[in-house]
Design a protein around this ligand. Structure first.
Ligand code: SAM
Length: 382
């Protein structure tokens, strides 16, 4: 992939960019297999990957410069800004949106936040693009000072970008190295961005988690569905379910699925996806899907008596941890699918999951041009 920012040494986020994609894949596979020696060589399926450019669904842009000449990109260690609005990881439609957002900043004269001086208002702009090129934009502001101006001029931006469906303001008053604050004000009647994939539509709300690769993400859910396709009607739990991707792809006729997720907005979005799926007939009418906003450590209370036979776990980088390992050990879960963005915590958890053995594994290249890898493992109870 050609990237001017990389060539000019203006951004080095894609640490493997000098390598051909094929070489990246070989290296990634070697690296992952070294971290996970407990997975037998014959269990590994070929890597799942997508295009090398234009795949990123999300851009979290730090706003620097001035209102007359705003830069959208990253903050350098010396607190100067680097514009990355033409980063080739972003789809073309997203690259085309950034200049319009800059024009909007100029129109409103919103001063970018200056980290050194602790002055200015606009800290970041977060942009999501859906598989069918609709947008969600979030303005991260230091204070509500420009909220009414943004509200009053928003119809201009919406008229100029009809694909812009959801807009919000997020308030981050503290001088901290965070990308968002607690207060979210949604400015559009539509609060969710539909992420339409071939089989199901998921929904994303400002601040919610969503996998960042537009092309490889549905492959994750398809793989989990394929690894459970041999099972008759089942009870399945989707732990750390986010907006419900695994749960929806798993749900076949007569299946009952329960998702557990700590973020309430994500749970609301998952419920919305189910309602839409049932209404459109992409979900079987006799499938039952329920979602609970709870900590994963409450899994025993939420599904213990219900006794699921299948579990999908897709935790944050730290892994599932001892509580979930202990619950699985005492549960009736016969098939476990573990999808991890951190092979090291996966290795640690696998070494504790002594009642299970790995029958298949696959790397998903959600993060091309970097050493990061998503690894999904299918385990059977011994
Ligand atoms: C890697 S994401 C997976 C999301 C989802 N499976 C998907 O494919 O989009 C991890 C999820 O775990 C949630 N989470 C983090 N800590 C949690 C906890 N203690 N209990 C339950 N969910 C948690 C996060 O909000 C996030 O949605």
């Amino acid at each position: 992939m050609q990237c001017e920012y990389y060539q000019l040494d203006q951004c080095r986020s894609c640490t493997w960019l000098d390598l051909e994609l094929e070489t990246q894949h070989e290296r990634k596979a070697e690296q992952v297999q070294e971290i996970l020696p407990m997975i037998p060589a014959q269990a590994w399926l070929p890597m799942a990957y997508g295009p090398e450019a234009g795949f990123r669904a999300k851009a979290k842009m730090v706003v620097t410069g001035s209102w007359k000449d705003p830069q959208l990109g990253i903050l350098n260690p010396d607190h100067s800004g680097q514009d990355l609005s033409q980063c080739p990881l972003y789809p073309k439609q997203m690259q085309e949106l950034f200049p319009l957002l800059k024009t909007f900043i100029r129109l409103l004269r919103i001063p970018p936040y200056d980290v050194s001086r602790r002055s200015g208002e606009l800290k970041m702009i977060h942009v999501w693009i859906s598989p069918d090129n609709e947008f969600m934009v979030r303005w991260v502001l230091r204070s509500p000072k420009f909220l009414s101006q943004i509200k009053s001029k928003l119809p201009l931006l919406l008229a100029q970008v009809p694909a812009l469906k959801v807009v919000s303001v997020n308030l981050l008053p503290e001088h901290v190295a965070l990308t968002e604050g607690a207060e979210e004000i949604i400015l559009t009647p539509q609060e969710h961005l539909p992420m339409r994939f071939a089989e199901q539509t998921l929904f994303l709300r400002p601040g919610g988690f969503f996998q960042t690769n537009l092309f490889v993400t549905p492959e994750l859910y398809r793989q989990a569905a394929a690894w459970t396709a041999d099972l008759e009607a089942c009870r399945a739990v989707d732990l750390f379910c986010g907006v419900g991707g695994f749960a929806l792809w798993l749900a076949r006729p007569s299946w009952q699925v329960r998702g557990i997720e700590i973020s309430e907005p994500a749970v609301a979005a998952a419920k919305m996806a189910v309602a839409v799926g049932l209404q459109r007939g992409t979900l079987p009418q006799d499938a039952s899907l329920e979602f609970f906003a709870a900590d994963a450590s409450e899994v025993f209370a939420l599904v213990g008596d219900w006794d699921p036979q299948v579990a999908v776990v897709n935790p944050p980088r730290r892994g599932i941890g001892p509580e979930t390992v202990a619950w699985l050990a005492g549960s009736g879960v016969k098939r476990l699918i573990y999808s991890s963005c951190n092979p090291r915590s996966l290795a640690k958890d696998l070494s504790q999951l002594t009642d299970y053995e790995v029958s298949a594994a696959r790397i998903f290249d959600l993060f091309p041009h970097t050493s990061h890898a998503e690894v999904m493992v299918k385990l059977e109870r011994k």
